[in-house]
Structures are given as structure tokens and as C-alpha cells.
Design a protein around this ligand. Sequence first.
Ligand code: ADP
Ligand code: MG
Length: 576
Amino acid sequence: MEVLFESLELSEEILKAVTEMGFTKPSPIQAEAIPSLLEGRDVLGQAQTGTGKTAAFGIPALEKVDISDKRTQVLMLCPTRELAVQVTEELRRIAKYKKGLKLETVYGGDSIERQIRSLKIGAQIVVGTPGRVMDLIERKALKLDFVNYVVLDEADEMLDMGFREDIDTILESVPDNRQTVLFSATMSKPIMAIAQKFQEDPVMIKITRKEVTNENIEQTYFEVKQRAKIEVTCRLLDAYDLKQVIIFCNTKRKVDEVTEELSAKGYSVESLHGDLRQTQRNQVMAKFRSAAANILVATDVAARGIDVSGIDAVINFDLPLDEEYYVHRIGRTGRAGLTGKALTLVAKDEKFRLRQIETYTKVKIDKGVIPTFEDIVGVRKARFIAQVEEAVSSGDLDLYEDMLGMLHHTTGFTTEQIVAALVKINMGLQKSEFADHDLAWDADRRPAERGFEKRGRFEDRGGRGDERSSGRFGDRGGDRGPSRESRERDGDRPKRNDPGMVRLFVSVGRKDRVQPRDIVGAIAGEAGIPGRVIGSIDIFDAYSFVDVPERDARKVVEAMTGNTIKGKTVNIEVAR
Ligand code: ADP
Ligand code: MG
């Protein structure tokens, strides 16, 4: 049976406001909680972020509050300032047509004097963090004698943050005949203890995983070598043209590392973790919301409850240690009828956890194909063409119409050269430091030939579109003797003594910490030849040998001369 807001017996004012907010029907937790709360029952609810808890406890509060009485009647406790502000803002929208209602948000890190002054004027609803609420009670600025409705939002989070005692004290100072709503993402023993102590015969609501593991979210995983995770992250960001993304890591250290590396690569990134001061958190969130930064890197706890709409993907840089976290993480995307992506990077030692998550959520996560460098180039070119189309159709090009003539005239270059140069300047595409086949840990197994979704449109038709995934480049910087590359085992690779191969001498070796992939990467990148055609590599202490096809040898020598491998300028020549 479908429940509509109209069937919940709400007042005209509230109904009008939620309709304007675009809520067409109540979310499952709202459909269950609102009637019970309107009836006066206590509610104990377990639900993830993004299930609409605010309106679930907020609408009944707004219906019950007596506007003609200025005293505080509703108290809502939230773990952080961020969440308190978010709840207040949502309530203000719902209360848009309820004239005479005063809401006050109180939290640490803001002037307590100002909050005291506002409370003196009177606020029927107070939303705040437990610590500051305690301070205000002690200062007698906040009086709870007339409170008849208390909400503990994200209660497990408040306990994690050490607010247990404050919560006890606060609840003890609210009159007994109140209603108590407790929402938590997890139902641990301490949560149950609080419920037992402070609730009376609560209606239990549990929004099951089936309802949150959202069909709007396309879930994909990628088998990625640990050290290639940043590179793959960048490729996914580029390939899917992601505009607003949250990247989750398990630790604060990882958050810092990922943030640094991505910003070094020119992405606009912000990071969020537990150690930030409140003002810093606010700045970060403001930037992310305003899209001045389109990537947010965060730990699970720091991102709890954050509601930002229009997130087009969540990237799990690490696999979460708890299956429930996975559900929380991906619930940030695919909101409000929009579709979202959950992209999970799985290192070899994380594979078993992926299986655990699949078992837990009862959803099969698809294996994705890591976009190749050519895919990225193709996507970027397609995007560029779209930009050109748009620029031409929106007109106003008079200022530049003489440019091609001028460029021809002054430089003498061909139109192809000029356009290529302009595109290069505009796209600023950097050569990938990783060979395509060096990203996945099981690259020797060819992925199901599904291909990357945007593949094909601008692919090089020269027959080298399939260099991904066919080879394996071991990291064998062994200590004894020359480290022979193992690629000769692959049947389709050029072999050392193949006719048509030329052996090149390269002036870097093991002492420069050079590995086969560095040499392949540099040569393939600089000379623009596919890594696949590069043959055997022998790395010695001070120098290395690499086999390349005879027809490419000159190109390779020219392209590499004066270039660097692992930061060291190389001399490269045909071996004697
Ligand atoms: P939670 O507290 O469970 O994380 P929120 O209350 O913050 O979730 O709601 C998440 C988002 O969903 C908010 O942007 C909110 O405006 C929106 N929302 C809530 N209820 C509905 C509804 N019934 N229909 C559409 N959107 C809703
Ligand atoms: Mg919430």
C-alpha cells in the first residue's frame, strides 16, 4: 500500500511546505515513524544516512509545538555542529508556513553569549550538540522544564564521540512525561541501554538493508594494485566525468595522502576527518557544497550524516572494515531519484572483504574494466568536441575568426598542426605514468570483454586499441643478477631474438630503483608506441637493455634522449 503525505493527517502548512520541497511521498521511515509520533508514542529507529530521518522526527515535532508559548518545548541532540545546522535548515524549510516558530541551533565553537541572548528571546525548538547544550543548561540559559519532545539523532555517533554522560544528564533534566525519539544507524548494546533507560515502550522501526541498498546506485568494483589506486581513481574521475564525488578512506592518514596526491595532479579536492576543528569542517563543507571543490576525501566517521545532494559517485579507495559502512558510504549517492555510482577499488588482500560485503548486502557488485589511457584520451577528446560545438553554436566568435589565418600566416604550420597544438594547450593531458596493464593485480586474466562503456568512439583505428590487460609486468627488482623480465612467457609478445627487434642500451639501472614498468612506461609514453610491442628488458646495476621493434628504434632514441626515467636523465642508444 502506498502511503502519501496526504494520508498522514498533517496540517495545511506542513503539507504545503513538504510539497514545495519536492517530497512526493514519505520515505519508509517517515511513513512508519510519523503516525506513531503524532500519536504520542516513543520511537526507536535504526536507519542509515539519507533515509529521511530529519522529517521523520521533525514533522511531528512541528505539528506538536505550541507557537503561542515561547518556552522551549522540543530538544534535538545531534553529534556535530554540521548535523545540527543541517537539521535546523531542514526544519526551517518544513516550517516555512508556520508563522511565529522560533528555532535555535546551539553548538560549540560559536559565541556562547550570542546563543544565550537568542535563547532569552525564546525558541520553541532547540537543536544542538550535547556538550554545548550542557553548558547552556549549567548557565541557566536553556530551561528544559517544558520540553515534551526529545530527539537523539545519530545516537551511536554521539556515543562514539564520548557524549554518553552528557546525554544521561540532559535526559535526566527533561520532564518524564515527554516523548523520546532515538535514531541510530547501528543498534549496539549501549544504544539499547539508553533506550531502555529513557524510553517507554518504544515503537521499533528498522529500515532494512533491502530498502537502502538502493537500486539507483550502480555498484562496480575494480581489481587494482595497491600502488595504482591513485592512478585508477584519476582515470575513473576522468572517464566518467564525475562532477561531485566523495572518496572514502579507512584512516586519516590515507585521507591526507589521497588528498595531497590528487591536488598535486590538479584536481580540486578537500578533505574531512575527525581531527579538524569545527571551523575548518565548515569551510570544507561550504567549499564542497558550492562545488568550488568537487572532490571530498573523508573517513567514515567524519562524513557521517552529511547530506549533500547531487553526488554522482562515491569511490571506496579502501574497502571499509565494516560491511555496514559500505552501505552508509554508497548511500551518499543516488539520492532523490537521481542515479549514482559506487566505485570500489579492491586490492588483492581486500578481495575477501568484497565478498563479505556482497553476502551482507545480498547484492552482486559488478566487476569493472579499468579505463585505459586511450579511453581517457578518447573521452577527453569527445568532451572537447562537445565544447567546440557549444562554443560555435553560442556564437560570439568574431573576435577570433581571423586567428586561423594569422596562425597560418605567421607560423606556416598546417591546419592539423595548429589544431593539435590548440587542443594540447587546452586539454593539458598528461602522459600516464602507469602502463595500462600495470594497474590491475590480475591483469594476466583478461577481463570479460565488456570494455569501458565509453570506449570506441574516438579510438585510434590503427589496430593498437587493445593493449590493455594482455601483459603482466612483474616488479622484480631482484638482488641477484640481472632481473629478467618475465614477459617472454606470454606467447604473443615479441621475443628477444625475434627478427625485427633491436636492443637498446639505457643508462639507468637498479641503483636508480628502475623497474621494467618504468622503462616501458617512459618509452611507450614518450615515443608514443604501444607498450605491448616492447620486448625483453634486462636491468643491471647501472644500466639496462630493452628490446624494441626495429621500425620504432629511431623514434624511441629521439624521443628518449634527454628525457628522464625515475627522475634521472637518460642516455639511450642502440646497444653494441
Ligand atoms: P537522514 O537524516 O536520514 O540522513 P535526511 O533527513 O537528511 O536523511 O534526508 C536526506 C535527504 O532526503 C534530504 O535532502 C531531504 O530533504 C530529502 N528527503 C527527505 N524526505 C524526503 C521525501 N519524503 N521525499 C524526497 N526527499 C526527501
Ligand atoms: Mg540526519
